[in-house]
Write a protein that binds this ligand. Structure first.
Ligand code: ZN
Length: 238
């Protein structure tokens, strides 16, 4: 169930049978010459829609923005401060709680480490004062890991590469442009650098040339199955 498409009356009705809310979080971020800026939002939101076709769950209106460190200097990246991301999400969580929900899945299409840390910290902060709530917080890259192994997509493929381009080829083929190439960043270890574009100018971390629509379909469907299981588990838990 997509919350944005239902009425207030329908919302009241579905609350009787739906226990879990998924909040999809994306980012507006450079994804090479071939993928759209909202890639991270499209991948996770479309997977959430597949989940909603398989199980009764409420999909919250998604958050398009996220915190992007490494791609920040690249054209088109809009990075939101972590404190703002956290404050905003805490507010959204309070509102869902006020409307009667206690199980929350925060699923991010953006896999940046700092971004993810803020999402986890949001859940930690909320659960401290709402101990009866349940949280599942993950990013798409973590969730896809076992499937990437099955498809023999190398672990170092992480951004605008084989798996991400495959998902966009599957969900939004009309938005995939020419110009993809294999590339990897070379950030110096443990350094925080101002001129990030010196070490990563393409926004590609992997090999998008190996992406196919078929792989995208497998990734999307298997990920939806994993999420359905996780929702069932959380809802069964006493
Ligand atoms: Zn991405």
């Amino acid at each position: 169930m997509l919350m944005e498409e239902i009425t207030s009356k329908e919302f009241e009705e579905i609350k009787k049978e739906i226990k879990t809310v998924i909040i999809p979080v994306g980012s507006i971020e450079a994804h090479g010459p071939h993928l759209p800026l909202a890639t991270d939002l499209y991948t996770i939101y479309e997977v959430c829609k597949l989940v909603a076709n398989k199980i009764k769950v409420l999909i919250a209106p998604p958050l398009y923005y996220g915190l992007c460190r490494s791609t920040k200097p690249l054209p088109g990246t809009l990075s939101i401060k972590g404190e703002i991301l956290k404050t905003f999400l805490l507010n959204v969580l309070s509102e869902f709680y006020r409307q009667g929900f206690k199980n929350f899945f925060i699923l991010s299409g953006h896999a940046g480490g700092t971004h993810k840390a803020y999402l986890i910290d949001t859940a930690e902060t909320f659960i401290e004062t709402h101990r009866e709530t349940k949280f599942f917080v993950a990013d798409i890259y973590q969730l896809l890991k076992p499937i990437l192994e099955e498809l023999k997509i190398p672990e170092k493929d992480s951004h605008a590469g084989e798996w991400e381009a495959s998902l966009i080829l599957y969900f939004k083929p009309e938005l995939v442009k020419e110009g993809a190439f294999e590339d990897y960043p070379n950030f110096p270890k443990f350094r925080v650098v101002a001129e990030k574009e010196k070490y990563w100018s393409s926004g590609i971390w992997g090999n998008p040339l190996k992406a196919t629509k078929e792989k995208g379909k497998i990734l999307a469907e298997k990920l939806a199955q994993i999420l359905v299981k996780e929702i069932e588990l959380i809802e069964k838990e006493k």
